[in-house]
Ligand binder design. Structure first.
Ligand code: PXP
Length: 253
């Protein structure tokens, strides 16, 4: 059976900036974390410039773009302000995410179906600038079809509901959420979309999802930075790479 494509690991360094911002000084520097992540095997760096700048700052994005040797994936809300920053910075990729000020993290996927008219010009302008656009959406057929009709080349499947169900021993939803991810990844691939996934992944869930051959990139942040407190950032990332490689070995293209 043919081998599944290489599964890329995008390391999200937002929460290095969260720790830095707790004291207001320069330490720990997310750009230093990005360099260590790349040395440890990350295929790219992901950072979310939020409207409220609660973790990553504009200066972090400029320094990441200037300093890192691997692709930068800018997570951003679909707003005029963020579009201008993306067009100025020219990251390799831009992942459009929904954003609400009161949320602790990105809680749900984009409603690409309902926001078609708002998203269309932003997807088009990013794409025309050579930036690879992905839409962060739930694994629902309606959203995946909307992403295809918006001509976004990539979707990132929101794995939060699945990971949440896995972590809750009383929840019976994990199997249903897993089925949604499998079906969604298959549909997206058939529609010609490149499929990424992320949110809430840890070693076990990353190993499981790595077995889906349609998925070519995982974006992982909070767990890796949390684990780094105990083992260091490079060992945390290397252990994730190993978990993904174990899972990938079970995948058939
Ligand atoms: N992908 C997207 C689009 C996200 O918004 C996030 C969270 O910022 C992640 C991946 C990473 O999620 P986590 O930090 O839970 O690993």
């Amino acid at each position: 059976m043919p081998a599944a494509p290489h599964l890329r690991l995008g390391v999200n360094i937002d929460h290095v900036a969260t720790i830095r911002n707790a004291r207001g000084g320069p330490h720990p520097d997310p750009v230093r974390a990005a360099r260590i992540a790349i040395e440890a095997g990350a295929d790219g760096i992901t950072a979310h410039l939020r409207e409220d700048r609660r973790h990553i700052s504009d200066d972090d994005i400029a320094r990441l773009k200037a300093d890192i040797a691997k692709p930068l994936n800018l997570e951003m809300a679909a707003t005029d302000e963020m579009l201008a920053i993306a067009l100025r910075t020219r990251p390799h990729a831009a992942c459009l995410v929904p954003e609400r000020r009161a949320e602790r993290t990105t809680e749900g996927g984009l409603d690409a179906a309902a926001q078609h008219n708002q998203l269309a010009p932003i997807v088009a302008r990013l794409g025309a600038a050579g930036i690879r656009v992905s839409l962060f959406i739930a694994p629902d057929a309606r959203q995946i079809e909307a992403a295809a009709s918006l001509k976004a080349p990539v979707i990132e499947i929101h794995t939060g509901a699945w990971c949440h169900a896995l972590a809750d021993a009383r929840s019976a939803d994990a199997e249903a959420e897993w089925q949604r991810i499998r079906d969604g990844a298959g549909l997206a691939k058939r529609l010609g979309l490149e499929v990424h996934a992320g949110h809430g992944l840890d070693f076990a869930s990353a190993e499981t999802i790595a077995a889906l051959p349609e998925i070519v990139e995982l974006n992982i942040g909070h767990f890796l930075v949390g684990e780094a407190v105990f083992v260091g950032l490079a060992p945390s990332i290397k252990a994730m790479r190993a978990a993904m490689d174990r899972g990938r070995a079970k995948a058939a293209a």
